[in-house]
Design a binder for this molecule. Sequence first.
Ligand SMILES: Cc1cc2nc3c(=O)[nH]c(=O)nc-3n(C[C@H](O)[C@H](O)[C@H](O)COP(=O)(O)O)c2cc1C
Length: 251
Amino acid sequence: MNNAKFYETIFKRKSVRKYDMAPLDEKTLEDVKKFIDDIKPLLPEVNTEFQVISQDDVKSFMSIKAPHYVVVFSENKEGYLTNIGYMLQQLDLYLSSKGLGACWQGIAKPAKDIINKSNLEFVIMLAFGKPAENLHRSDKSEFKRNSMESIRDKGDFDELLEVVRIAPSATNSQPWYFNIEGNSLHVDCIKLNPIKALIMERMNKVDMGIALCHLDIACQKSEKKFKFSLKEPSNYNAPKGYYNIGLVEIE
Ligand SMILES: Cc1cc2nc3c(=O)[nH]c(=O)nc-3n(C[C@H](O)[C@H](O)[C@H](O)COP(=O)(O)O)c2cc1C
């Protein structure tokens, strides 16, 4: 991860929904694939698979039109959706830093034969290509996000959490909350009513991984150690309306 470049990119990236439909050149696609091979997992024990496919392999009318997509599969293990969010956000930032557009695709699916060929569970796709609209935000004020006060209980880590606050999330839902105790951040996710949860619970767990990716990049930038664990001390209770997904220790 080229951290300095990614840190800068976080402050200007946006979802790109209009693409030049001409395929990217071979060299650029090879570079994307090489980057994918080097993506750092949050949970190394979970098996994952990333495939680059083209528009012809996406049959879903729910997707935006782009020349390429990355399709992500994973073993279904504890924390796997959050692990995918953490991993694929690295690619989102890489593409944006290289002048390419990207957009997470929470509903679209690849063609059935692509899903059937993998032994792992299909999780999500990311559309990408040469942008046919502005690639970046021109000003940070263009981020429509919740206030810092609404995503944490204490101000001790605001510089790091600002990087999380502006992270992308499905339908811009920003489901994260950080409960701070010394150098530990309890990472909590919003609880949804059963109807909303049918679609959004999965997406929100991916969103939590995106938030952790941004937090990790912010920690590296300020030369702090980021350590994530899925298991919380048993005496921790998430605030009302939230459930816990893990713990970050910052040193
Ligand atoms: C897990 C996830 C799923 C998403 N699914 C879609 C989608 O299906 N279609 C779409 O147009 N945007 C999708 N998005 C993009 C979000 O709407 C977008 O990130 C959010 O509104 C914030 O805007 P920004 O990315 O421009 O900062 C998704 C984002 C995430 C993180």
